[in-house]
Design a protein around this ligand. Structure first.
Ligand SMILES: [Fe+2]
Length: 238
């Protein structure tokens, strides 16, 4: 069974369109998104409409939850004071521009999605099986992976949040960070689509990277009044 995963889209409609076009070529059985639909780029409502129109199910991210419940911040981590200030501007912008329809959609997203494929228990969530704002990097010690496996009670875990893709196999369990469609942070600014092929004997994971019209997003960022800082980050893949 082939699954396609759209990680952290973050208001980047042109990137989403290109990532979705890849699925038309690869023809997976199902496509899921990992939440964090708005923030940093201005197309939050268009992204929600796209997901509804194409019947793409997914989970709730920390950004979605924070927008819906009008929290004071997005629950993201910041490296310095300036980054915190920028993140705050993006969060306030998103809360101000998100429609009731989008809010309603985000509000009703589940925390996780579980199913079984070829005898393997699959679990999809935004960041970790217990918290949607914890950063699960590949460099975490093995013990962290074991603990998360215990919490998830799954054989195959699919998540995002860090915007840095990886695939790791440990003690017969599979850990897949799908990366980010709309705001990659691995220094590769191209959009990222994650394809997972699950069979009884094997699990194959491919990260497909493709260029999209980043200039159109930059123009939209400028026009929207969001800080240019986010355009620079997109260009650098940060
Ligand atoms: Fe995110």
């Amino acid at each position: 069974m082939k699954l396609a995963i759209l990680g952290d889209i973050h208001g980047n409609l042109p990137a989403l369109q290109v990532a979705y076009d890849i699925t038309k070529e690869l023809k997976p059985e199902t496509i899921y998104h990992l939440g964090d639909l708005g923030g940093y780029a201005p197309f939050v409502n268009e992204v929600v409409d796209f997901l509804i129109e194409h019947k793409i199910e997914g989970v709730q991210g920390n950004y979605d939850e924070s927008v819906v419940f009008d929290k004071e911040n997005c629950g993201c981590k910041y490296e310095d004071h300036f980054q915190a200030e920028m993140a705050h501007l993006s969060f306030e912008w998103t809360k101000k521009h998100v429609t009731e329809k989008s809010k309603n959609y985000m509000k009703n997203l589940p925390f996780q999605i579980s199913f079984e494929v070829e005898g393997r228990r699959v679990k999809i969530f935004h960041a970790t099986p217990t918290k949607n704002n914890l950063y699960w990097y590949e460099e975490r010690p093995d013990n962290f992976f074991f603990l998360m496996t215990e919490k998830a009670q799954a054989d195959l875990m699919i998540y995002g949040h860090t915007h840095i893709p990886y695939f790791k196999k440990l003690n017969g369990k599979y850990f897949i960070n799908a990366g980010s469609v709309g705001k990659p942070k691995d220094k590769d600014p191209r959009t990222c689509l994650c394809l997972i092929d699950i069979s009884r004997s094997n699990v194959q994971v491919t990260f497909i990277r493709r260029q999209y019209d980043i200039k159109s997003v930059i123009r939209a960022i400028i026009k929207s009044g969001l800080p240019y800082y986010f355009a620079e980050k997109l260009i650098k893949g940060e």
